[in-house]
Design a protein around this ligand. Structure first.
Ligand code: PHE
Length: 346
């Protein structure tokens, strides 16, 4: 009987909970489509007597309303995901893709890599060591006597320990030279890139940390001429053929004789400018013949072996290359600065 069926379906609808877009769709397919329940009931309605029609017409319309309301509710809750689903199907795959921004290497990394590559071609290997050092590796083995004022040359961050074995943040990567020589036998031909720390007030020209590449070559019969030729070659590779070099006598506890090396100013080509303070020359590194005491401290026979060492600040080299005037830019992480090196990805 039609009346019973309507009652049954009314109960069914009242019990249904629509809890997903799929539920709503299944509900629609069962009740609302042209071959669905409601259409079926209306077909049946046509066959009943006109007397019944008077009563059932109202009941059937109320049922239809109930069924549609339920669907509407479901649509409101889950209809949106239906819309996205269709939209997703409609994605136009022929549209050009969205571009994404490329990162870039830090200028100091670029220059470190360049320096390392040049020395690698000369047979130097890369050696690394700890940034937290003990007195022996940072000072004593390098011929700094205990109370020698030379220790003040490099303002050190010391860390006091309770057992009295104070440690320090390394002030130069020369400490890695000591570790290398202690651990092996000559010949040594290595460069040591790394971060170093000095207790200095931060300004455009100084920072409490910076980066170095030091180099060490120890073998039989290594001479100052080898040192000069190696560094001359390095400068030609890094700054171009024709860059001049000059050596000025200097002092380091760990080298004897010692020198500082200048190159002809990369900006004004030696004419004199602001960067070179009118002199035409800029200092880029310290170097010298490894002091025999240092070799002995590391267990190397200084009668048989000799060597040269050098050390440079990567920031300095980078400043000259890219004309950067403020050291602080290197550690501020300002993308306006860093993104200028985007094309330099290697
Ligand atoms: N260690 C020195 C410095 O940090 C540089 C240097 C290395 C000088 C090797 C001479 C030889 O200033």
């Amino acid at each position: 009987m039609l009346q019973d069926k309507i009652k049954q379906y009314t109960e069914e609808i009242e019990q249904i909970t629509l809890s997903s877009a799929a539920d709503v769709e299944n509900y629609r397919l069962k009740f609302l489509v042209s071959k669905g329940v409601i259409k079926g009931l209306f077909e049946e309605f046509k066959t009943v007597s006109s007397e019944e029609k008077r009563v059932l017409g109202k009941v059937l319309n109320e049922f239809k309303q109930l069924a549609e309301n339920k669907y509407q509710e479901g649509q409101e809750l889950f209809g949106k995901s239906n819309v996205t689903a269709t939209k997703r199907d409609e994605v136009d795959l022929t549209l050009p893709g969205e571009g994404f921004q490329l990162g870039s290497r830090h200028p100091l990394s670029l220059v470190r890599k360049e320096i390392v590559e040049i020395f690698k071609k000369l047979g130097f290997v890369v050696a690394e060591g700890p940034e937290i050092e003990d007195d022996w590796h940072n000072f004593s083995a390098l011929n700094f006597p205990p109370e020698h004022p030379a220790r003040d040359m490099q303002d050190t961050f010391f860390i006091k320990k309770q057992d009295g074995n104070d440690i320090a943040l390394r002030t130069h990567t020369s400490s890695v030279q000591v570790r290398l020589m202690e651990a092996g036998k000559p010949p040594f031909r290595a460069i040591m890139p790394g971060r170093v720390y000095r207790n200095e007030a931060i300004s455009a020209r100084a920072h409490c940390f910076f980066h170095q590449v030091e180099g060490l070559y120890v073998d039989e019969n290594v001479s100052f001429a080898d040192l000069k030729q190696t560094l001359f070659h390095f400068v030609q590779e890094l700054y171009g053929e024709g860059t001049k070099v000059r050596f000025r006598p200097s002092y380091f506890p760990f080298t004897e004789p010692s020198a500082e090396m200048d190159i002809s100013c990369t900006i004004c080509k030696g004419q004199g400018c602001q960067l070179c303070k009118g002199s035409g020359w800029v200092e880029i590194l310290g170097c010298g013949m490894v002091d025999p005491n240092v070799l002995e401290n590391c267990g190397i026979d200084s009668k048989k072996y000799s060597g040269f060492a050098f050390g440079m600040g990567i920031e300095r080299i980078t400043n000259l290359k890219y004309e950067i005037k403020d050291l602080r830019l290197f550690s501020e992480n300002d993308v306006r600065f860093l993104s200028q090196f985007e094309t330099e990805i290697i």
